[in-house]
Design a binder for this molecule. Structure first.
Ligand code: MGD
Ligand code: MGD
Ligand code: SF4
Ligand code: MO
Length: 772
């Protein structure tokens, strides 16, 4: 394998630079501050970067940023290790019959991939081409174009990391409020964090500031459900340090106290919901003491938490991986939402809100579609991550035959990596779009090198706020590394090659675009009226026709014009309140707003307009889940055994983890090896001290880790960080730092309803390693 050229700008010829990229960015050391954003978590805090040639010499928070206002956490300052630390790909790679990769020209790669996609389509059907990914934490603009390719080749099935965390919650949302909700933690009297450690993982904008403000304010309280005494729990008023995997009992007990002590908001239930009586009845008979004992939490603390919630003027909650990747996760999502619904904490300041979207990230439907081979539940339009390998490793005629992966590393991030690698190898065609030769790319037939997130126009569609919702289009800070292309251009080249839209139609629209936005809009609408099939490939059409007219080579922003039309249509008043006269004004503001723009401003009364149900009432009963709730009394809460006596949380967010975005292990200031954390008593019992090595064994695999004795852990509970164990280039081979958590996880260990994995609850055995 000869390909992965070093990620230095002079490393390769300019063989395939996008002809449109003319400006030279970041050529020399200077004191100019470039506006951009952090790409390491969903908050995408605004940043200012000063360059030294192509290095990030200085990084600071952008005080003018519409959402983050200058805030960053410790990780953003390490972003040079993303841009310049890893080994970048600088030419497309093709796998040869002997298994090695060779570098090929872009034209060759595009033409061969197009041919092979069509071969799969003609032979087996386009629906056998599976699409995975479409964006990480800060790069969703490319994904916005991927739908056009999927439409053109007839691909119907897709997935992303959301289908190993949020699809169960989304299904519950589909039943209840009909869409995603967000908590107003800046104003909530009571903030509840369930299996969520915002101090480290954020999700809440400016999390550390907000958490500290809550902790300092005697009138406000924080309640944390977490088996670990996290940094967030340190700031909490009530820490329910339950046994891992018992949240369903803990939440049921809290709800039981609310019902039994009559702390529910009867006025809200009568006015805004249906079925409340039957739902309340479910909690009337629950034995609170019994359930508290299952959780290992003092009954009085459960009662205190319930009373604090039940008497507060406002409550906001945030559930995340600690519960979404643990047993009973879909039931827990339901119970979480009942917590704020039964207490009337919806659509008012400090509570839970629905919100606008620039582009919805997932569907929020009650319907469950099924996968073709195993009949796994497709929620929000996504195949459960744990089912993908099972859909492939079979001789069923409907199995997937090809996969396109963009901006994701599923061979590392999905349960049971060995099985996923085997699945990739069983496919006829695997195409990976990435900046590096990842664990997934190594199993591809073609690897297409993407420009980095600081070398192209980018944006996140994690726009989840209310009443002020913001969007940030980032301009490139640097020219693309020679040999790389931005994803919108890669998709466009494939679609051109496939001849997806006739040249005549594109020419008409190009002419209209030159005349101005208004003629363009008319021409586009007229064209759509004549040829409905254009709607599915609209992002591509916009890229080809409106794109070239945009300033500063911002061709990739063309799809945002379409999304601005959507915003104007779906939230006209909220858009105008944000100061945008019409869709074009919004689009222009996005193009010009280097620190982001507010695209909608809602009133609290508007929140009900986001509820899609008849009479805008929230139907509280979800029969399947009420059934599961009833069964809890006899459901097993212990999944460990004599063989596997520990609960392993496989993938904890820490101060130096960031999924697999950095491919340079030196970015970590602390905990460079990503230690296994365990409680002092367990360590003593096993004869381990900090720095020792231990063997971790699960039903699926084994791994060796350094150990950190840590009194934040409770007995019987151990944790490994997420994103470690990458195979990074080292001389002629590769070197791995830390444990790749998914060598230890199992695809069958998953939620019965959503198919989401139980990564936080893996039964494991820990043994001290005898050093030789
Ligand atoms: N530093 C950093 N931040 C990140 C990321 C990163 O890689 N690094 N990744 C981003 C991504 S993609 C995501 S999805 C978010 C995830 O953000 P979080 O969900 O907050 O992160 P985790 O650390 O995976 O899990 C949260 C907590 O769940 C707890 N937990 C474990 N088992 C249980 C249980 O049985 N019950 C309860 N109640 N809690 C339990 C853990 O102790 C942990 O404190 O973080 C984002 N932010
Ligand atoms: N055991 C266990 N497994 C987990 C988790 C856990 O807690 N435990 N957490 C899960 C969660 S919540 C998530 S979100 C996933 C995350 O896992 P994935 O969804 O696989 O995403 P990332 O690790 O963020 O990988 C992003 C990829 O994008 C590439 N990349 C970076 N910049 C660009 C770019 O500009 N263009 C392109 N094309 N590629 C780029 C990176 O090189 C990397 O390969 O992991 C999941 N897996
Ligand atoms: S909170 Fe998230 S987006 Fe903001 S600086 Fe930290 S990692 Fe980056
Ligand atoms: Mo995630």
């Amino acid at each position: 394998m000869t390909a992965a050229a070093t990620g230095r700008p002079e490393a390769d010829g300019d063989r395939s630079r996008d002809a449109n990229a003319t400006a030279t960015r970041g050529a020399a050391a200077n004191t100019e501050w470039h506006k951009t954003a952090c790409i390491l978590c969903e908050n995408n805090c605004g940043l200012l970067i000063q360059l030294d040639d192509r290095r990030f010499a200085k990084i600071r928070g952008d005080k003018e940023h519409v959402a983050s206002a200058g805030y960053t956490c410790n990780k953003a300052l390490r972003l040079d290790h993303y841009q310049n630390g890893g080994v970048r790909l600088a030419a497309p790679l093709r796998r040869e019959p002997d298994g090695s990769f060779t570098e090929i020209e872009w034209d060759t790669a595009i033409s061969e991939i197009a041919t092979r996609l069509i071969e799969v389509k003609n032979r087996y059907g386009g629906d056998k081409i599976f699409y995975y990914g479409g964006g990480g934490q800060g790069n969703h603009l490319g994904g916005a174009y991927s739908g056009a390719l999927r439409r053109a080749i007839g691909a119907r099935y897709r997935s992303s990391a959301l289908a190993q965390e949020k699809t169960g919650e989304g299904w519950v949302d589909g039943h209840l409020t009909g869409g995603h909700t967000t908590g107003d933690f800046e104003h909530a009297e009571v903030s509840v964090f369930l299996g969520k450690n915002p101090w480290q993982s954020h999700g809440v904008p400016r999390a550390r500031t907000v958490l500290q403000q809550i902790a300092k304010d005697p009138a406000r309280s924080m309640i944390v459900l977490d088996p670990v005494r996290t940094e967030t729990a340190d700031l909490a008023d009530i820490h329910l340090q339950l046994r891992p995997g018992t949240d369903a009992w803990c939440l049921s007990a809290i709800l039981a106290v609310l019902v039994q002590d009559d702390l529910v908001d009867h006025g809200f239930l009568a006015e805004h919901t249906t079925d409340s009586r039957s739902v309340l009845r479910e909690f009337a008979g629950i034995d609170v003491a019994d359930y508290a004992e299952i959780c290992g939490v003092p009954e009085q603390l459960v009662r205190a938490a319930a009373h604090r919630i039940g008497t507060a003027a406002s409550v906001a909650t945030y559930e995340d991986l600690g519960v979404q990747q643990s047993p009973n996760s879909t039931l827990i999502s339901y119970l979480n939402k009942l917590l704020w619904l039964l207490t009337g904490n919806f659509a008012k300041p400090g509570a839970m809100q629905p919100h606008s979207w620039m582009a919805p990230l997932a569907g929020y439907s009650r319907d469950i579609k099924r996968t073709p081979v195993t009949g796994a539940p497709i929620l929000g339009g996504m195949v459960p991550c744990n089912s993908i390998a099972e859909e492939i490793l079979t001789d069923h005629p409907d199995r997937f035959r090809a996969m396109i992966v963009e901006s994701a590393n599923p061979a590392h991030s999905l349960a049971d990596s060995a099985k996923f690698r085997q699945a990739l190898d069983a496919l006829d065609l695997v195409v990976v779009l990435d900046v590096a030769l990842t664990e997934t790319a190594r199993h591809a037939d073609y690897v297409l090198p993407a420009a980095s997130q600081f070398e192209k126009w980018e944006a996140t569609f994690f726009n989840l706020e209310f009443p002020h919702n913001t969007f940030h289009l980032r301009a490139p800070v640097l020219d693309p590394l020679p040999g790389t292309l931005a994803e919108p251009e890669i998709y466009a080249r494939l679609l051109r090659r496939l001849g997806t839209v006739g040249a005549g139609k594109l020419a008409v629209l190009r002419t209209a675009a030159k005349l101005g936005r208004r003629p363009y809009k008319w021409a586009f609408a007229a064209m759509l009226a004549v040829d409905k099939s254009l709607a599915g490939v609209a992002p591509y059409v916009l890229y080809e026709t409106l794109g070239p007219t945009l300033p500063e080579d911002a061709r990739a922003a063309a799809v945002l014009w379409g999304l601005a039309q959507r915003v104007a249509k779906v939230y006209p008043a909220a858009m105008r309140r944000a100061g945008h006269r019409d869709a074009d004004a919004l689009f222009d503001a996005i193009l010009a707003g280097r620190s982001g723009v507010t695209f909608t401003v809602d009133d609290y009364a508007d929140a009900w307009d986001y509820v899609p149900h008849p009479d805008k009432r929230i139907p509280l009963a979800i029969p399947e889940l009420l059934h599961t709730l009833r069964e809890l009394a006899s459901t097993e809460s212990v999944h460990t055994s004599a063989e596997f006596p520990f609960v392993l949380a496989a993938g904890e967010r820490r101060s130096f983890t960031a999924n697999t975005i950095f491919r340079d292990s030196t970015w970590r200031h602390r905990d460079p090896n990503g230690s296994l954390r365990l409680n002092p008593d367990d360590a003593a019992h096993l004869g381990l001290v900090t720095g020792d090595r231990a063997r971790i064994t699960t039903r699926r695999g084994t791994a060796i880790s350094t150990v950190e004795v840590n009194d934040r852990m409770q007995r019987g509970h151990v944790s490994l960080p997420n994103g470690l164990g990458l195979d990074l280039p080292d001389g002629d081979g590769t070197q791995r730092t830390g444990v790749a958590a998914n060598e230890l996880t199992d695809v069958t260990w998953r939620d019965a309803i959503a198919g989401t994995p139980w990564h936080k609850h893996v039964p494991a055995r820990i043994e001290a390693l005898q050093e030789v």
